[in-house]
Design a protein around this ligand. Structure first.
Ligand code: DX5
Ligand code: ZN
Length: 223
């Protein structure tokens, strides 16, 4: 799987989302953090903004739902134009049904785990999924320090996905930067979310390519 870079708009100027999208033309995805002030102690944006952004942006949208009751709301994000929708296993009531609904509506289905949530209990769900997201910070805020303690889980997730076969992507999100992306790639991640590292830089497009270069250099090409 080729390395993919997904800049997180949370670190962009939220009054100029279309301009932020245009500033990273080489990004594979735009990562959109939806927070509801219930699942996480922060509030960001929701369906109407995603709908407008899907019309305004060239890149496909990767919606990361940090919300309570994704069973009720997630499909709405597909209808709003998201090409990938990731829900948290800690919040979902019926993850298999939810993943199937996402796929039926035409999106990729992602399952996310917080830093303290194991991934192994969900091995049997992999056939229902297109992506696993291992959080490398506690979800809720951008600009936090990368948690190295999550790297063994990234490696275990990689081994699990390889055992399973197929083409399920392994995403990392939180504190991913020019300093930390190589560790993530070495552990086996292939989709990298970066917020402040990209939009906090003077040249966001150049950082996207620099991140891609570092991750590609560390990844195992035989995969
Ligand atoms: C955190 C969000 C991340 C965040 C990443 O809860 O899920 O996507 O925007 O931001 P950085 O890269 O600054 O840690
Ligand atoms: Zn995110």
């Amino acid at each position: 799987m080729a390395i993919q870079i997904a800049p997180s708009l949370l670190a962009a100027d939220l009054a100029n989302l279309a301009a932020a999208a245009a500033a990273v033309p080489g990004a594979d995805w735009l990562h959109v953090d939806v927070m509801d002030n219930h699942f996480v102690p922060n509030l960001t944006l929701g369906l109407p903004v995603v709908e407008s952004l899907a019309r305004a942006a060239q890149q496909p949208l990767d919606c990361h739902l940090m919300i309570a009751d994704p069973d009720r709301w997630a499909v709405g994000y597909v209808e709003a134009g998201a090409a990938s929708v990731t829900f948290h296993i800690e919040a979902a009531t019926a993850p298999v049904r939810l993943a199937r609904e996402l796929r039926t509506h035409g999106a990729r289905a992602g399952l996310a785990v917080r830093p303290a949530t194991d991934i192994e209990p969900y091995e049997d769900l992999l056939s229902e999924l297109d992506m696993v997201l291992v959080m490398t910070v506690e979800p809720g805020f951008g600009g936090q320090s990368f948690l190295d303690v999550c790297l063994p889980k990234v490696a275990r997730a990689r081994a699990m996905l390889d055992r399973h076969g197929g083409d399920i992507w392994l995403q990392v999100d939180g504190g991913v930067s020019l300093d930390t992306i190589e560790r993530c790639a070495e552990a086996g991640a292939d989709v990298f979310v970066a917020g402040s590292a990209v939009f906090g830089a003077d040249d966001p497009a150049a950082v996207v390519e620099a991140l891609r270069g570092l991750a590609t250099g560390m990844s195992d090409d035989t995969r």
